[in-house]
Write a protein that binds this ligand. Structure first.
Ligand code: FE2
Length: 425
């Protein structure tokens, strides 16, 4: 007797009418009309069943601090960094952990079961590192949490950052971060990339840098990150986050840069909600969108994912950890509205994001971990359009969150009508 069978599922790749069998926390079979019995059977009824959503770029230490000590009125990245600086001295490890845990509960409800969170190491007390390392262990049964040592105030610009970053790695933080565009000069930005990539190579770690999160078409930190990736043999282990400068770069230069990024097997994470909010703030009109060149990067075979990045914090006053909302904004900004493109946008918050994190056993093939989401949608198009309810969220074969289907009931004069925003033609 199996632990769980999901009947009549649609998959994101277009397969329909599939059964998914689960045994000992792993997917044991995926095929139509499986002749098997299980302790629990869920009829997906032709709805979309997907591997869980993955948020490959987030900041758990600053989340859910909206309004503390004040709101970011200009909405700019720099006022956000200033505000975070004002907030930091009042933080405690308990407070950081409690907020991060609440956010993880929101994530589970939204079917997001893996998060890569940058953690600020500019503060000598390393309170956020302490809090999030504890949370990483405690939340492990439900969420794969990966932490990035992030020198928010600059690796070279802030005197304590270099020592703090190494200390954070010694304590068990998983990934080496950076913020080259925030260093004092282009030369310092380049030097920080070189040192941080060497550190990652020595320790056998992955790299994920906030890189060129600016509207500056002349910024060249992506090129340097690509170069160091190639030089140190870090292919497939390096992620460039944001890369918003690429939106503003000269097309000729980009025609050189993208093939170099492909050659270095670099991963890219765009953060559409944040990019459209924070970039282009110095523009009048036309006003730049500020997201990196998602379509062209994907066409070059580069793995591109989307992240939430910020949520109710000094940088962003919205969000509910809904990766479908993130992908919805991403597809609008990238103008990727074709059928195949929509599937790519869905992948950007599922499979592609899992590749950024290097998650093992992710997917819906036999042998993968039985982590899944059943959506109130028939396909990725529906899911993106409606940001559909996550009816069942499954972790290692157990249902860990449920949401009732969203249905409105209209009481009209002579009839009652149910509306769920799906249609058949
Ligand atoms: Fe970020």
């Amino acid at each position: 007797m199996l632990d769980l069978i999901i009947r009549n599922a649609n998959l994101a790749d277009g397969c329909t009418g599939v059964d998914i069998a689960v045994e000992n926390g792993l997917i044991s079979d995926v095929a139509p009309a499986l002749d098997a019995r299980a302790h629990r059977e869920i009829d997906a009824g032709g709805r979309l069943v997907s591997p869980p959503f993955v948020d490959s770029h987030f900041h758990l230490d600053s989340t859910l601090t909206y309004g503390q000590p004040r709101v970011n009125e200009s909405g700019t990245l720099l006022e956000g960094i200033e505000l975070w600086g004002e907030l930091k001295p009042n933080l405690t490890a308990e407070n950081i952990k409690a907020r991060a845990l609440e956010l993880c509960h929101w994530a589970i409800a939204r079917g997001t079961l893996a998060i890569r969170s940058h953690v600020d190491v500019s503060d000598d007390r390393l309170l956020a590192v302490e809090a999030l390392l504890e949370l990483r262990e405690e939340i492990k049964p439900y969420i794969d949490l990966q932490l990035v040592a992030f020198p928010q105030d600059g690796y070279l610009r802030c005197p304590g950052s270099a020592a703090n970053l190494e200390k954070a790695l010694d304590l068990g933080v998983d990934v080496v971060g950076g913020i080259p565009h925030f260093e004092r000069s282009m030369a310092d930005g380049s030097a920080s990339i070189k040192t941080l990539c060497e550190l990652a190579a020595e320790r056998g770690l992955r790299v994920d840098m906030h890189c060129d999160e600016s509207d500056d078409p002349q910024s060249r930190h992506i090129e340097m990150l690509t170069f160091q990736t190639q030089r140190l043999g870090l292919q497939d282990r390096v992620t460039g986050s944001h890369l918003t400068s690429m939106h503003s770069m000269d097309n000729y230069y980009v025609s050189k840069l993208i093939p170099l990024m492909a050659e270095a097997h670099m991963h890219v994470v765009a953060n559409p909600l944040i990019n459209i909010t924070l970039q282009g703030r110095h523009d009048t009109y036309p006003k730049r969108r500020g997201m990196t060149r998602v379509k062209e990067l994907m066409e070059a075979g580069i793995n591109v994912a989307f992240g939430q990045d910020a949520l109710m914090d000094p940088w962003y006053s919205f969000g509910s950890q809904d990766m479908l909302e993130v992908a919805h904004m991403g597809l609008h900004l990238a103008q990727m509205t074709g059928q195949a493109q929509m599937r790519q946008m869905f992948e950007a918050v599922t499979g592609n994001a899992a590749k950024v994190m290097g998650l093992e056993g992710y997917g819906l093939e036999p042998g993968c971990r039985a982590d899944m989401v059943i959506l109130q949608a028939k396909d990725p198009h529906d899911a993106l359009r409606l940001k559909s309810a996550r009816l069942h969220v499954i972790r290692r074969g157990k249902v860990i969150a449920e949401t009732p289907p969203v249905i409105s009931r209209l009481a009209l004069e002579d009839q009652t009508i149910e509306v769920d925003f799906h249609f058949s033609v």
